[in-house]
Design a protein around this ligand. Sequence first.
Ligand code: PLP
Length: 378
Amino acid sequence: MEKIIYLDYAATTPVPPAVAEAMAKTLTEDFGNPSAQYPLGREARDRVEAARNVVASALGARAEQLYFTSCGTESDNWALRAALWQNRRVGKHIVTTAVEHSAIIECCKALEREGYTVTYVKPGRDGRVAAEKILEAVREDTAVVSIMLVNNESGARMPVEAVAAGLRGRPALLHTDAVQGFLKVPFTVKTLGADFVSLSAHKIGGPKGIGALYIGGRAKNARPLLYGGGQESGLRPGTEPTAQIAGFAKAVELRWEHLEEHWAHMASIRAYAVEQLTKIPDLAVIGAGDAPHILSVSLPGYPSQNIVTDLGEQGICISAGSACHKGKASHVLVAMGLDKRTAAGTVRLSFGPETTREDIDAAAAALLNHRMKRFPML
Ligand code: PLP
């Protein structure tokens, strides 16, 4: 098989063998239901609690503040609805940004249909959203503010800490979608000051289908999204996916062990990629690029879908503006105020601990070739 050059780590990541092994053992040997009363069940319960400890520690949180969910999307939806429930007497206004992941944007649109009002704060051209602009949008009746930690397209780091400080003494609760920031940029729940923090395992070398929500700070008596058994303290019922949970914890352990080394590696890969790609005529770097693992670039006039398909046929995996919005201009790039040609020509390369300079060389050569062999279409 042709070698795959994988440069789409912001979409999902490969699971290292140690993670797959931990999961396989949980599926075939340690497969008990954590609610069962015999040793096989009790051991499974202990393993879930040990895993909770590992993930919570990496956040600087206490284990009892962390709830396992099925994905980052569920964590985002749950956080918004739990915050709105807690602050139901405060009002029905939500503040978020125009560049959130669709897990927040689409949930907000659904909430608008249910009678809530939402202010979507716009970013600057670099994709960053100023804390002052977010705080200016907060009203007396604002129940929740939701801002992501790192944007999945621009790589911009959002000012969660400054927003938390500005909200002190006000009733609005603060949620941050830290799916692209967890173990990529330094933070703890304490330094962030958010009341809810969403995570997802498959962006950090864990399996798909498992996420977590931190509920702490001023958040209390969170309302569940689902109703059923008493798992996760009754707040997130459903038999615990023990293999996914074991994989999540193992992935966190592996990343944690090499955290600074991985950050330095990704930052150096990103810098190298910028150096190589900007040799391509007319290529522009898009966004602030605060996160070390994300680099968006545009070839204005060259449709991103064609670039992704062309490189894909050569075994190089990158993504168009946003992997979730087939054919449609990404809402993030539009909100950043990019002109149509630049937005439509934007592709994202994203990196992980396994990415090499040779991977970047191959992508740069293929992009240059694409630029040279075709006429601009837009
Ligand atoms: N939030 C952000 C910023 C993301 O990048 C993603 C995934 O792309 C999600 C949320 C959704 O996470 P999951 O795929 O676990 O539902």
